[in-house]
Ligand binder design. Structure first.
Ligand code: NAD
Ligand code: GLY
Length: 400
């Protein structure tokens, strides 16, 4: 088992990573439960279908009163209505301040359940049990909780740290390929901003992994997928379109998840509130969020939009003379090798108006995260006028 710690003074908490951990959640969360008080397990229908019954049964058989709350999947439920539904469910199940919320699912469930826990009864404890790759490497760690408004993403939220993050990489065996790619976008982000070594480990050999050796194994079957040509090629999905069941190199993924969580735990420990270093984690997110919003959160998943946003940020860095062209090329190549689209679907200048309503903007400045080189990023304040000029002057190169 890998154990990492997010150190926030008196509020530190652990991240535990271990294949099979879903079956051991009862013992891990017991210190945060009170006999007779319910534990609200918030999840979505997809995750519930694969893991819900067994998860609840394992808590119940350990004497924990677990009450499931199963939501429809999707970003549109990270909303005021979704939040109100959770408050109703919490009051209905008589959740008290000595109760516990468990967020079992992807980033949507983690952000929503976390914000519900942050605000219900002025704050009750919660535990993150992330089941998507994106949530395992990013959203479950660091305590950013939020819901979206019609005006934009994550516009209402709080910094509210979980008591524990429990990561079971085996859960990824049922994750659709499209969602695995979204997680890869965030993993590539960590490499791009902080670790050349991680970036290189994600590289996919030109010969790649054929579709033949990544299909067909049932969940739990040891994977041949990434070991046959390059043990470091973590998720060489290429143009693979199969969904589940499928095989994965869970051991390699576990290592990469731990690498990403370790980078994030360090950054959050030093800057919980996004006032400095933590902003680096927003690499690709400024334009990424705008792309998600421009298409009503329907066409692009978060990770897909972030992939395009990272390329836009790299090109902006190039225009400013900060990012070498070779770094942009490497980034595009690695994203593409993992099946992620890197071309902007619209005129980037059409995203500028959305950026201005982004919560991270002050009235006339935006903090752009730019690459100095692969593995090294900086925060560059740009005025909207400046950014607009740069984006407009080069946007012909970015569109399809
Ligand atoms: P998601 O929660 O919608 O999950 C993606 C899909 O995978 C869903 O359909 C879900 O039902 C399904 N799924 C999850 N785990 C599964 C499993 N093990 N097997 C089968 N299906 C499974 O999306 P996401 O990509 O996990 O998270 C995106 C959200 O995270 C966005 O709202 C984004 O804003 C947020 N986010 C938050 C932070 C943060 O720091 N709080 C960081 C990054 C992203
Ligand atoms: N995903 C960005 C952050 O947690 O700060």
């Amino acid at each position: 088992m890998t154990k990492l710690t997010v150190g926030l003074g008196g509020q530190q908490y652990d991240i535990l990573i271990e294949p099979g951990l879903l079956g051991q959640v009862a013992s891990a969360i017991r210190p945060y439960t009170t006999a007779g008080s319910p534990v609200a397990v918030v999840t979505d229908e997809n995750v519930w279908g694969y893991y819900g019954q067994a998860f609840i049964a394992s808590l119940q058989s350990a004497g924990i009163t677990a009450r499931p709350q199963v939501l429809p999947p999707g970003e549109q439920n990270k909303s005021l209505a979704g939040l109100a539904g959770l408050y109703d469910a919490f009051t209905e199940m008589k959740l008290r301040r000595n109760g516990l919320v468990v967020a079992l699912g992807g980033g949507v469930i983690g952000d929503l359940a976390g914000f519900a826990a942050a605000t219900y009864l002025r704050g009750i404890p919660y535990v993150q049990v992330p089941t998507s790759l994106l949530a395992q490497v990013d959203s479950s760690v660091g305590g950013k909780t939020a819901i979206d408004l019609a005006q934009g993403k994550n516009l209402v939220g709080s910094y509210y740290q979980p008591k524990l993050v429990l990561i079971d990489p085996d859960a990824l065996l049922t994750l659709p390929v499209r969602e695995l790619r979204c997680g890869m976008a965030e993993i590539i982000k960590y490499g791009a901003i902080r670790s050349r070594k991680l970036f290189d480990e994600l590289d996919v050999p030109a010969a790649g992994i054929s579709a033949d050796n990544i299909q067909g194994n049932a969940p739990g079957t040891p994977s041949q997928a990434c070991t046959s040509t390059n043990s470091d090629a973590i998720l060489a999905l290429g143009t693979e379109v199969s969904t589940v069941p499928r095989s994965l190199n869970v051991a390699a993924l576990s290592t990469v998840i731990a690498d990403c969580c370790s980078i994030k735990a360090g950054i959050v420990s030093r800057d919980e509130r996004d006032e400095g270093e933590r902003m680096l984690l927003n690499f690709g997110h400024t334009f990424g969020h705008a792309i998600e919003k421009a298409y009503d959160f329907e066409r692009f998943n978060h990770g897909e939009a972030v992939a395009i946003g990272m390329v836009l940020a790299a090109r902006i860095g190039q225009e400013l003379g900060i990012t070498p062209a070779a770094a942009t090329e490497e980034l595009c190549r690695l994203l593409g090798a993992h099946g992620l689209d890197t071309s902007c679907p619209c005129r980037p200048s059409s995203l500028l108006e959305i950026l201005e309503t982004d919560k991270k903007s002050s009235t006339s400045w935006i903090q752009m995260v730019l690459l100095r080189k692969i593995g090294d990023a900086l925060i560059q304040p740009l005025s909207f006028d400046e950014l607009g000029d740069i984006v407009r002057s080069v946007e012909g190169k970015w569109t399809r």
